[in-house]
Write a protein that binds this ligand. Sequence first.
Ligand code: GDP
Ligand code: IMO
Ligand code: MG
Length: 378
Amino acid sequence: MPVDVLVGCHWGDEGKGRYVDLLSERANIVTRFQGGPNAGHTLVVDGEQTILHMVPSGVLRPNVTNVLGNGVVFSPSQFAEEVSMLAKKGIYLTPNNMKVSDRAHIILQSWIDEDLKGSHEKIGTTGKGIGPTYLHKFRRDGIRVGDLFGRFENKPDGISKAREELSGLLKLLEPFVCDTVSYLNRSLDAGLYVVGEGAQGAGLDVDHGTYPNCTSSSPTAGGFCTGTGIGPKRIRDVYGVVKAYTTRVGEGTFPTELSDEVATFLATRGGEVGATTGRDRRCGWLDLDLTRKAYMINSVTKGCLTKLDVLSGLNEIKVFVHGNYVSFPGWSEDITGVREFGDLPENAQEYVRNIEGVLGVPFAYVSVGAERSAIISR
Ligand code: GDP
Ligand code: IMO
Ligand code: MG
């Protein structure tokens, strides 16, 4: 069976988690491939919200094995927190349904401190130690999950100190540690269906994003291959998640950013508060130049539009294409209950069709509410 990869096409928070949850209905395995607890992925099922930072978004489906791939930077304490948060909901993580790559790099407290001292202010990082951990990985003096348990021949400097720092968590962690590269490839050979869960978004990619205001990993489809050890020819579809407007948390360029009453309208109706840091998200019109680039570098084959419902009530809706604004008439109806594309107000249909036209790839799904079922499948 194939692999589908799902990625964000803006600066994160497009609504990736809820689409991974959707694809998980049929998936056998969901794997994160980059980033770490800087992510905040929200799932809402029957009104109950679950926010995941470390554990993949397939976790609400009993049929899914969740994997943290080798490209992830791993926070043992955040993982432990989510294990108990999920247990309170009656979801138990075991070595059968949850695996952590032995090659994933560990976020140590000193690297969180480094992040908070350094780029937290300047870049507006999430302060989770992401940059310093990747820095140590690439400087080749990081600590991998497998190092904690003597899985590799070489003993890195600082391993005793790391084991000491994490001593309270080692017992919890050890059963989950896995050679995920072999596991994932074996599973594919056996015919299982794997979904790759991107964190962040194309605009935050360290190569393709708005450097230096970006994250320290590759949240794009290419990052999936290095971050899981699954070769590119196994990828079938790349799902690109696009919000019906654009948001950004932290510093950096944002050409379509608004500061007027429309910004307040989007922020309020869209609940645009960061799922990881609680910071207000900056809001603006849909930036299709950013989105087009995301489609290009990811070779997106299936679009997923989110938060169309948030736009209900605007007289005029703008999108940014080729450096200019194009204007569309809005609609006033509440569309959260709509499940057929043809039942959307004509202006909403027009808006979606025009975006598709610019992007050149149809939207396979349009979501009209945070709830799992609030999805129009086309
Ligand atoms: P992610 O990081 O890409 O997974 O997205 P986040 O979870 O950080 O942010 C998306 C927010 O929008 C969450 O609060 C979701 O519950 C919510 N959401 C997702 N899709 C929709 C939608 O179609 N309509 C509305 N109103 N909210 C949505
Ligand atoms: P999800 O997966 C939105 C942003 C931070 C900051 C920059 C660098 O929920 O979409 P980092 O801590 O990664 O070094 O911060 O990237 N950022 C995100 N913004 N959603 C995210 O994840 C983000 N992860 C990082 O705000 O500007
Ligand atoms: Mg998020």
